[in-house]
Design a binder for this molecule. Structure first.
Ligand SMILES: Nc1ncnc2c1ncn2[C@@H]1O[C@H](COP(=O)(O)OP(=O)(O)OP(=O)(O)O)[C@@H](O)[C@H]1O
Length: 267
């Protein structure tokens, strides 16, 4: 093994090795292997139904793979429950906004801290001074993130009443509050107009710079993928059809054919 290869291996945060997942007779993931390196924004792209969300659900423990290995910082995480995987430092946002309606923006973001909170009410009662100190620390972190994502003006608004673009930003804020080492963003720009998209791109880049978070980004907007992803993998019908530096991967002839095929199918 060369020194360069060794350094690259040391830098791997998340690794999928021959991951397979079936839903009944349908094979949604066919031997997917990929590795995401520290500090990069890694693009996961592909036409509708190609397996992107299934792969993310496998990584985050919602639908564990039936075959293959997933390692986080060198440690196997297959089969762990989603909350155990979250505690190891993997956070995610969802394709459809998944916020707690009726709660304020601030309370929704604060919920991102739950992985650090002590489960025992008794312990909190006896050690109320400790609980208070913890509460202050959580609020400091939340304020930092509100500042970073410029959510100050809506902090006390119920999440239901703010525009979709802002709701997506609140989801990002909540995920960042968990101080993840690896963050999965599932279509963070879905349904956004051009201006909202540009803001979101800025916030994702700012978050990576401020917190050093490694990210996996599922995104249909190719301009966004090309602008912010260091490398990308392209899936089609559950198979990996291209991989590499973003521009090279998405311009691969197999990718162009896969997208044209989908358009023809839909016509
Ligand atoms: N829970 C499930 N039960 C049965 N089939 C499923 C389930 N989840 C996904 N699938 C199927 O697996 C395949 C891959 O779906 P997946 O949602 O991973 O694709 P995707 O690339 O994320 O698509 P999109 O871009 O539309 O979100 C599809 O054929 C889908 O119908």
């Amino acid at each position: 093994m060369t020194q360069t290869q060794h350094d690259a291996d040391q830098d791997i945060v998340l690794e999928c090795d021959q991951v397979n997942r079936w839903f009944g007779g349908l094979q949604a993931l066919k031997g997917i292997s990929l590795s995401v390196r520290k500090g990069e924004i890694f693009g996961l792209v592909g036409p509708n139904g190609s397996g992107k969300t299934t792969l993310v659900n496998a990584i985050t423990g919602f639908y564990p793979p039936q075959q293959g290995q997933i390692r986080f910082l060198g440690e196997p995480i297959n089969g762990l429950k989603p909350h155990c995987i979250a505690q190891k430092g993997i956070a995610r946002t969802f394709q459809n906004v998944a916020l707690f309606r009726g709660l304020s923006v601030l309370d929704n973001i604060l919920l991102g801290r739950h992985i650090f909170m002590r489960p025992s009410i008794m312990a909190s009662l006896f050690y109320w001074w400790w609980a208070q100190k913890e509460e202050v620390a959580h609020r400091v972190k939340v304020e930092e993130i509100i500042d970073l994502l410029q959510l100050e003006s809506v902090r006390d608004e119920p999440v239901d009443v703010i525009p979709l673009g802002m709701q997506k930003r609140v989801e990002l804020a909540r995920a960042l509050c968990a101080e993840p080492r690896f963050l999965v963003l599932d279509e963070p720009m879905a349904g956004m107009n051009q201006e909202e998209k540009e803001y979101m791109v800025r916030f994702i880049l700012d978050a990576r710079e401020a917190m050093g978070t490694t990210m996996l980004l599922i995104e249909h907007h190719m301009d966004v993928v090309t602008a912010i992803c260091n490398r990308a993998v392209v899936l089609n019908n559950g198979e990996k059809i291209a991989e590499g530096p973003t521009r090279e991967a998405i311009n691969d002839p197999a990718v162009v054919t896969a997208y044209i095929g989908k358009v023809k199918d839909a016509a």
